[in-house]
Design a binder for this molecule. Structure first.
Ligand code: UN1
Length: 482
């Protein structure tokens, strides 16, 4: 009998009408638990509870919010191994990656605890003689939080941590594939002392609960990380109801890593392999296009191939595993379809490209490197979200920049070079929200703003102090001495 986990509504754990099995992608015989699926009525009850809690929470002292978040952060870091194990078991990233992600969740919540104390405004002289004006920040209200499966604890932590720090109430819907880490995070925050209704958990179907978030008049804002099509439909729904909702949408990427011929080859290979293949390439910041100068092309491809051969693909919880499985059958099918598409388009599978049958039944795929890719090919334009990367050959830096920007996405980008001139030019002219020089396009610092351009992102940035742009609303007040 597997353990059952309920939703948190108005400070009470409640069972659902039905439950969702949480399956280990490294071994599909391993069922982690059964997680309640919230009904529409339960999601609505959660919104009502959040609204009721808002009047007190929105004017709570910064110190109260700081202390609760710090308590939660400490519990998360003290349980990093255990929570990392759960995360890797349900998502499939390796144990060091899982434990690392838990550490990052603890850090981001601690950072946000500090932000609760740092909320600030401005005071200016008014234009009417004797008057002054203040610009202050207030919480937005009730925030619907929708998170993806690829960062089961870090993304919920940076959205919920920020929402709570700035005095908002939250209704949280985690990805159905990874409810375990989300449940633990909510349980920790709840026990850290949040008043009933301030944070509610409604696990279940995105379509059903997402519809409550986008249509309910008491939801003020929706923050979402996931695919472009889902983001687009959320955006439409958020503005078409009676109340127009603030939104923050973090969507896909097709992130380029440019390799110039003056690059340190070891650095370039490390950036490439880490950015494209670790976490099985399942990061919206993953490098999926290597834009490589002719004169270093063959050396780079050979070195990446050599490095890939040393990587062990396996069960996420086994000690020597470098790359775990992809998350589920659906994602594996998508990855395999794109590998087919790439071959049909005339690209060459230089490394990998095959499913692996290992001793445990799971969704294992070799890291796959395509060469001979043109920027117009689907494998160079569409987000795959798997361990698949495409090498595009270019003549020089100028062409590299054009190719790097030749995409509808604009999340992160990278360049490997020892030329200060090219690095400086690339930082200014890359059409991406995040640019990295001699670093992997993946792996971001929690104290810095995160977000992209073009169809990668919509709305204000996440993380760092820039999170305030989404989670607070500005008020301008005028005072005359009277
Ligand atoms: C990272 O690269 O460390 O869903 C973070 C994603 C992003 C987060 C990436 N929103 O992959």
């Amino acid at each position: 009998m597997t353990k059952r986990y309920g939703n948190l509504i108005n400070g009470e754990w409640v069972d659902g009408e039905s439950f969702n099995m949480n399956v280990n992608p490294s071994d599909t015989r391993d069922i982690i638990g059964e997680y309640a699926r919230a009904s529409t009525a339960e999601a609505e009850a959660a919104v009502t509870a959040a609204r009721a809690a808002f009047s007190a929470w929105s004017v709570s002292t910064p110190l109260m919010r700081h202390d609760i978040l710090m308590r939660a952060s400490k519990e998360i870091s003290s349980r990093a191994e255990e929570l990392g194990h759960l995360l890797s078991r349900e998502e499939g990233k390796t144990l060091p990656e899982g434990i690392g992600e838990v550490g990052r969740a603890a850090q981001v919540i601690a950072f946000m605890a500090g932000e609760a104390l740092r909320i600030s405004g401005e005071r200016l002289a008014g234009l009417v003689p004797g008057s002054d004006a203040e610009v202050t920040r207030e919480p937005v209200g009730i925030v619907g939080v929708i998170t993806p499966w690829n960062f089961p604890i870090a993304i919920p932590a940076w959205k919920i941590g920020a929402a709570l720090a700035y005095g908002n109430c939250v209704v949280f819907k985690p990805a159905e594939l990874v409810p375990g880490s989300a449940w633990e995070l909510v349980s920790i925050l709840h026990r850290a002392g949040l008043p009933a209704g301030v944070l509610n958990l409604v696990m279940g179907s995105g379509r059903q609960i997402g519809a409550v978030f986008t249509s309910h008049p008491e939801i003020d804002a929706v923050t979402f990380t996931g695919s472009v099509p889902t983001g687009r439909s959320i955006a439409k729904a958020c503005v078409s109801g009676a109340t127009m909702k603030r939104m923050q949408l973090e969507m896909g990427g097709k992130n380029p890593l440019v390799i110039l011929d003056d690059a340190d080859l070891d650095v370039a290979v490390e950036c490439a392999v880490n950015g494209a293949f670790y976490s099985a390439g399942q990061r919206c910041t993953a490098s999926s296009r290597f834009v490589v100068m002719d004169s270093i092309h063959d050396r780079f491809v050979q070195a990446v191939d050599r490095r890939l051969r040393t990587l062990r693909i396996g069960h996420a919880l086994e000690k020597d595993t470098d790359i775990g499985p992809v998350v589920d059958q659906r994602q594996l099918d998508i990855d395999m379809q794109y590998i087919q598409v790439g071959k049909q388009e005339g690209a060459v599978v230089h490394s990998g490209g095959e499913r692996l049958d290992l001793s445990t039944p799971g969704f294992y795929l070799q890291p796959t490197l395509f060469t001979g890719v043109q920027s117009s090919m689907r494998i160079a334009r569409e987000e795959i979200f798997g361990p698949v990367a495409a090498v595009i050959r270019v003549r020089d830096y100028d062409e590299a920049l054009v190719v790097a920007n030749d995409t509808n996405f604009g999340l992160s980008s990278g360049i490997c070079t020892t030329s200060l001139k090219c690095a400086t030019h690339f930082k200014r002219h890359s059409q991406a929200g995040i640019v990295k020089v001699n670093q992997s396009t993946s792996g971001l610092d929690f104290h810095l703003p995160f977000g992209g351009r073009k169809s990668s992102s919509y709305g204000p940035r996440e993380q760092g102090r820039y999170a305030a742009e989404f989670y607070t609303i500005v008020k301008t007040s005028y005072t005359s001495a009277g």
